[in-house]
Ligand binder design. Structure first.
Ligand SMILES: [Zn+2]
Ligand SMILES: [Zn+2]
Length: 303
């Protein structure tokens, strides 16, 4: 294998549990009988995606626990983390750590190839969905101790797959196997592949309003992927303003995660929401580009 990371930084290895989980979710979808797919099932799957990917992943884990863009009670935070587990993406602790590793390296010029996005979609499919990075020196990433040692996060880290298996049984008892395949397996397959695809695309293609100085990655925004990923696709905005709860900056950037945050704030479930340009958000050495920089798959341009 090509050297993807310096041995002093950490190791990258093929992960049997990660790969086994991926194909355990992906393969059964070939047995789905789509003739039973009706508007009721689609609605249930969509609501589950809103709760798990929207509230659990984008708001709870990413904007809440990782970037601390708002404050909430421990109970609400724990519910968000539980919803994250039901995305099927894996351990919340794993994703918290990985996010810190990626941010750390992508904001430096000496970013190892594994964390930079100079490679192809196929290679990224292999690297991101089958391999596992283990850091040598976790202290350098400044991951808050309260997160690393959090009892709920550690418990979910150890048991995340059991909750998903229980959820499958629960849906099966209420319905039938084909319904399980649709609202659990298909939903999780879309989530896992969608999450990976949005991450790849928004580091390679789209438009960039900001240039992050002395960084390997400034990332890009994508209007379509942003719309379908609860705002996660406005990734250049996010790299430039990592502790803003709002990922969109213009009217045409539809950030559904942000609308959910506004709703949660109105319901007094979250507070102290940080918003770019309004509350105090740290600018990641971000310089606004004089003009918007575009990157297309057919004419790759780095900024
Ligand atoms: Zn982030
Ligand atoms: Zn990024």
């Amino acid at each position: 294998m090509r050297t993807t990371i310096d041995k002093t930084i950490g190791t990258i290895q093929f992960s049997i549990p990660k790969t086994a989980w991926l194909y355990f979710i992906l393969l059964p979808i070939f047995w789905i009988d789509f003739s039973t797919l009706d508007s009721k099932l689609l609605l249930i799957a969509s609501i589950l995606i809103c709760f798990t990917v929207g509230l659990g992943h984008s708001i709870g884990l990413h904007r809440g626990v990782i970037h601390k863009t708002f404050t909430t009670s421990k109970t609400v935070r724990n519910i968000f983390l539980y919803l994250f587990v039901l995305t099927g993406l894996g351990s919340p602790l794993h994703w918290i750590k990985l996010h810190y590793y990626r941010d750390y390296w992508q904001n430096r010029l000496d970013c190892p190839p594994y964390f930079a996005y100079k490679h192809s979609l196929i290679r990224d499919f292999w690297w991101n969905l089958h391999l596992q990075f283990t850091a040598n020196d976790i202290k350098r990433y400044n991951i808050p101790k309260e997160d690393l040692n959090d009892k709920w996060i550690i418990w979910l880290h150890k048991t995340w797959y059991l909750h998903n298996l229980l959820f499958m049984v629960f849906v099966y008892l209420l319905s039938d196997m084909n319904t399980v395949l649709i609202i659990v397996f298909l939903r999780m397959a879309i989530t896992i592949l969608g999450h990976w695809f949005v991450g790849f695309m928004t580091h390679k293609y789209g438009y960039a309003r900001f240039n992050i100085e002395n960084a390997n990655e400034s990332a890009y925004n994508d209007i379509i992927l942003g719309l379908f990923s609860f705002g996660e696709g406005f990734h250049n905005n996010h790299h430039a303003h990592p502790n803003s709860a709002k990922f969109s900056l213009k009217w045409y950037e539809i950030d559904i995660g942000w609308y959910l945050i506004v709703l949660l704030k109105k319901l007094h479930l979250i507070y102290n929401v940080k918003e770019v340009g309004i509350a105090n958000t740290k600018k990641q050495q971000a310089k606004k580009n004089n003009r918007i920089i575009w990157s297309f798959p057919w004419k790759f341009k780095t900024i």
